[in-house]
Design a protein around this ligand. Structure first.
Ligand SMILES: O=C(CO)COP(=O)(O)O
Length: 257
């Protein structure tokens, strides 16, 4: 697929406090001016969203939440509803494998969350990815197709143009063992692109940015950026240092220009 939007997002996970988060975001913003042609996004923990938003005011760097609930309000102790995020961030990461693995998220809940986010004008970055066991038993494509179909199931096709999908193979996350560009292309240009096209049509498929995530760093980012089906990266560990993160973003800066 050939979305012209390049996105490099830093998922800070459960790292940084408000003070260090603001410092990191400010450093990213200062360096982002030298990285044209890429939508750079940072995803701090919920408690830092307001402070990071303020620190990034006037910069091109976007803000994402790391999760959202599917309901607008209610008795869901500890959860954050989509309307609460409006004004705090533009994007929300949904269905990260750590949430699927440790917090019971399912294909079905990911679909509901994505639809709810879009209804409130938040842009979902939906994560999909197979485990090592699923890959080694030859089920990677089947798993990815199932996850993408479920993620798109409840979406309003009119709003679906604001969606991004991140392919994050579970075995590549935090392991230092990134997927090869070939594997990423097979899944992204192949399984994900064709599944979006089948569910939402070829126009949406061609507009949906596809990000690769899993041990992306400055040493391997250019290899991913060279693959036409890969429109950007979702970066974990390497996003916690501004200079390192900006090096990854720079690798995507010259694509499609
Ligand atoms: O999970 C990830 C981003 O969401 C990837 O994490 P790492 O870049 O640390 O492997």
């Amino acid at each position: 697929m050939t979305s012209s939007t390049n996105i490099v997002a830093g998922n800070w996970k459960m790292n940084t406090d408000v003070t260090s988060g603001v410092r990191l975001a400010s450093s990213v913003a200062a360096g982002a001016v030298a990285v044209p042609g890429v939508q750079i996004i940072v995803a701090p923990p919920f408690v830092s969203l307001a402070a990071v938003r303020d620190a990034l005011a006037g910069s091109s760097v976007g803000v994402a939440a790391q999760n959202v609930h599917a309901e607008d309000s209610g008795a869901f102790t500890g959860e954050i509803a989509p309307p609460m995020l409006v004004g705090l961030c533009d994007y929300v990461i949904i269905g990260h494998s750590e949430r699927r693995q440790f917090f019971g998220e399912t294909d079905e809940s990911v679909g509901r969350k994505a639809a709810a986010a879009l209804q409130h004008g938040l842009r979902p970055i939906v994560c999909v990815g197979e485990t090592l066991d699923e890959r080694e038993s030859g089920r990677a494509v089947e798993v990815i197709r199932r996850q993408v179909v479920a993620a798109l199931a409840d979406l309003d096709p009119e709003a679906a143009g604001s969606l991004a999908i991140a392919y994050e193979p579970v075995w590549a996350i935090g392991t230092g063992r990134a997927a090869t560009p070939d594997i990423a292309d097979q899944i992204m240009g192949g399984a994900i692109g064709s599944t979006i096209a089948a569910v939402l049509g070829t126009d949406v498929a061609s507009e949906t940015p596809l990000l690769y995530g899993g041990s992306v760093n400055p040493a391997n980012a250019a290899e991913f950026a060279a693959v036409p089906s890969i429109n950007g990266a979702l970066v974990g560990g390497a996003s916690l240092d501004a200079a390192t993160f900006l090096e990854v973003a720079a690798a995507f800066s010259s694509r499609n220009q």
